[in-house]
Design a protein around this ligand. Structure first.
Ligand SMILES: CC(C)(COP(=O)(O)OP(=O)(O)OC[C@H]1O[C@@H](n2cnc3c(N)ncnc32)[C@H](O)[C@@H]1OP(=O)(O)O)[C@@H](O)C(=O)NCCC(=O)NCCS
Length: 278
């Protein structure tokens, strides 16, 4: 264990460029190549009109290339029983990966669950997805919660850097058409399932929108617990709530029966593609 005093890079956090001071105890786990941080005190350095207090860090594990900072980041959608929200700076680029949601979290809570076409036994819903679980929009901090580990169980993800992830996230957020949802196991601080709804804008059908469900995957440790049903139901009902005239998806033949549960039916059209790279 070594005491460290870390002055963060000069990114604007909490409304200013004031240096953030984190007095913490750091333990480096060589085997996992992780730093474990435990903050003992926290003080906002410099002057700022924003007096929001920081949060304590307790045994936060981060890859070696990251530095944790206990900052003002506790959005209401986060389960207070879970690990303390943490802002993470990549050691090289100083990039802040924070808890800002990709889209408005209330959209998920406002879904009319009575319209769902599948049976949940025991009953679960977007607001109660199960003990120790939270269903919510993706946020940047999920980069450090195994988001890509889950996606890699679906397809090749490539070696995505924090910069690439943050840039893509910002782009998706700015368009307002990307609804990437995740299920987080709040005890482990890990993403265990994800799915995406994209809305496409059309001139046809009176300038309607069309929805596409993509990248549905549940971590192999958590399959068979109704999370797949929860994700697909949530996104299908969300597409309806967003006034899409239809919602479509492409799937492997072995998953056809799964999607039929939600009202999806194979269409007469043939799915074609020109693939440029994997
Ligand atoms: C397909 C997948 C998302 C299902 O998630 P899951 O959380 O294990 O599924 P659930 O627990 O919600 O199961 C829901 C129901 O569908 C059934 N089911 C699950 N996978 C199925 C499949 N491939 N085909 C038919 N039925 C399936 C279950 O038996 C269950 O039935 P029930 O409601 O009658 O009990 C998950 O297996 C997965 O991530 N697979 C790998 C990635 C993948 O193939 N994604 C789909 C890309 S198109």
């Amino acid at each position: 264990m070594a005491n460290i005093n870390y002055n963060s890079p000069s990114c604007a956090v909490g409304g200013g460029n004031a240096p953030q001071t984190l007095d913490a105890v750091r333990q480096f786990d060589r085997k996992k190549n992780w730093n474990i941080f435990r903050a003992t005190s926290y003080d906002r350095g410099g002057s700022s009109s924003d007096d929001t207090p920081g949060v304590a860090l307790n045994d936060v594990a981060l890859p070696h290339s990251y530095i944790a900072a206990a900052l003002r980041c506790s959005p209401p959608s986060r389960n207070s029983a879970g690990p303390a929200p943490v802002c993470c700076f990549h050691r090289d680029c100083g990039m802040l990966l924070d808890e800002t949601p990709l889209f408005e979290p209330s959209l998920l809570q406002e879904i009319d669950w009575s319209n769902n076409t599948v049976t949940f036994s025991p009953p679960i819903s977007p607001s109660s997805p199960g003990e120790g679980l939270v269903l919510r929009p993706l946020c940047m901090a999920d980069f450090n919660r195994g988001f890509f580990k889950v996606l890699s169980q679906l397809t090749k993800t490539g070696d995505v850097t924090p910069e690439q992830f943050a840039k893509k996230f910002e782009h998706m957020k700015s368009t307002g058409d990307y609804y990437v949802i995740v299920v987080e196991d709040t005890n482990m601080g890990q993403i265990v399932a994800t799915a995406t709804l994209i809305t496409e804008h059309k001139f046809i059908h009176s300038c309607a929108k069309r929805g596409r469900v993509e990248e549905v995957v549940v971590s192999d440790m958590c399959r068979g617990k109704q999370l797949g049903k929860l994700l697909v139901t949530a996104l299908t009902l969300l597409s309806k709530k967003l006034n899409c005239y239809k919602v479509t998806l492409e799937c492997a033949p072995k998953n056809v029966a799964f999607y039929q549960k939600f009202g999806y039916a194979a269409s007469d059209e043939t799915y074609m593609q020109c693939r440029f790279f994997d």
